[in-house]
Design a protein around this ligand. Structure first.
Ligand code: SF4
Length: 422
């Protein structure tokens, strides 16, 4: 019986004659690819199966240079794009002394669009190479989003440095964490859903539907409560407080936890009883789509206290839903930031605009939505971009909890065992 080995897919991409095959041979320590100075020597992909100590079994492919013109060139380009889709790691080989950046840019854009990790290997063919790298990075901002290394691929001792670079920067895909790891069978969980102008007819929003489905699947009981935020925030919130308490008391077992819309944290931060856990849909989603990186989004919120006149904040939403009324991203969060300091400058990126933003490093803080409409691969790619430029980032749920006081944030992090981070 044959055993199927799960391998990480590593693809080597780039123009013709930049040394892709030499890099492949360097990594695999064998002549897997034919190396020749004639452009286009690798007409089709060469594949090697082997093991990289520290990563495990990998399938590494040396792809065809796709910068040929004509029908054949177009076919190669399509092939390269489909290879990117299958990769876990894209290694883009660049000769920094080459003119232009068209094909390289297409490869990086495709990799980012598909949420693939990409690293750049500058293959230096002469001593001028290093200077050219600096010029190239200044001209093509997308390069700042990628980890990179400069090597001379013909120099075999460089292998150890190249492998170390890959090991230090390659983030192996983990399986997505449980949506709500704290759910216990046969217990009630309350979903606070304040319906407003943006609530679609006939369905729950994706995070609400996912949470409801998950709790049910775990043999527990999701119960939703439509919070009247208008009354709850009014000068006479008593009727809504009573309605909420009556609802809690009507359940035959005390609920274990409340999952609330983040925008209701100003209310739930105060109303949630001490004996019931609390978290928000946005926190649930960002932890899930980011592969469990909630702690990093919590660390980012510390920057909020340092914002002042002239600080720049980017609010990022991963989709382009219709924005009306008291939208969180364009109305509520800017209003809070404005109260912190009216001099804070606020910008937005919706959907793909984030990928096209060439200057992420200019922001002091990035506040990201729950990311419920993007795959975990794409969310992880977004985080890699942010890590590469070193900008602190946080999330709607973390932000809207923290602005109600550190205790409110501690409370929503407790179900995740992260209250100690505040
Ligand atoms: S992707 Fe972001 S903005 Fe769009 S619906 Fe989900 S949480 Fe909201």
């Amino acid at each position: 019986m044959s055993v199927i080995v799960k391998r990480d897919n590593v693809g080597i991409f780039g123009r013709m004659n930049v040394g892709k095959s030499t890099i492949m041979n360097l990594i695999t320590e064998q002549n897997t690819s034919i190396v020749d100075e004639t452009p286009g020597t690798t007409a089709d992909s060469k594949v090697a199966l082997f093991e990289i100590h520290g990563i495990g079994p990998v399938r590494i492919s040396d792809t065809a240079g796709a910068d040929e013109s004509g029908v054949l060139g177009e076919k190669k380009k399509q092939k390269v794009k489909s290879e990117i889709k299958e990769c876990d790691l894209v290694l883009l080989v660049v000769n920094p002394e080459n003119e232009g950046f068209g094909l390289e840019s297409e490869i990086l854009d495709e990799a980012r669009e598909l949420g693939k990790q990409a690293m750049v290997i500058y293959n230096l063919f002469s001593e001028k190479g290093s200077d050219s790298v600096k010029e190239m990075e200044a001209s093509f901002p997308v390069l700042k989003m990628c980890r990179s290394i400069e090597i001379n691929a013909l120099d075999f001792p460089e292998r150890a440095r190249l492998i170390e670079f890959i090991l230090n920067n390659y983030d192996r895909r983990k399986s997505a964490p449980e949506l709500l790891p704290f759910i216990e069978r046969d217990n009630f969980y309350v979903l606070i859903i304040p319906m407003d102008d943006e609530t679609p007819q006939g369905r729950f929003l994706r995070p609400q539907a996912m949470v409801e489905e998950y709790i049910t699947r775990k043999w527990a009981y999701p119960v939703s409560f439509r919070m009247d935020l208008g009354t709850a925030r009014s000068e006479n919130p008593e009727p809504e407080i009573e309605r909420f308490n009556r609802f809690l008391d009507s359940l035959s077992i005390r609920p274990k936890a409340i999952i609330t819309d983040s925008q209701a944290m100003d209310i739930m931060g105060k109303w949630c009883p001490e004996d019931i856990m609390l978290t928000t849909f946005s926190i649930v989603m960002i932890n899930h789509t980011s592969g469990g990186r909630l702690p990093e989004f919590v660390n980012g919120i510390k920057t909020l206290d340092k914002l002042q006149k002239g600080s720049r904040v980017l609010i990022v939403e991963a989709c382009n839903h219709s924005r009306i009324g008291e939208d969180i991203g364009i109305v509520q969060i800017p209003r809070i930031l404005n109260k912190i300091d009216p001099g804070i400058s606020i910008e937005h990126n919706f959907g793909r605009e984030f990928y096209e933003n060439p200057d992420l490093e200019k922001y002091d803080l990035i506040i990201h939505c729950g990311g419920c409409m993007v795959s975990d691969q794409k969310m992880e790619a977004r985080i890699r971009d942010l890590d590469s430029v070193g900008v602190p980032y946080t999330n709607y749920g973390v932000f809207l909890s923290y602005v109600n006081g550190p205790q409110a944030l501690k409370k929503v992090l407790a179900p995740w065992g992260l209250e100690g981070l505040v």
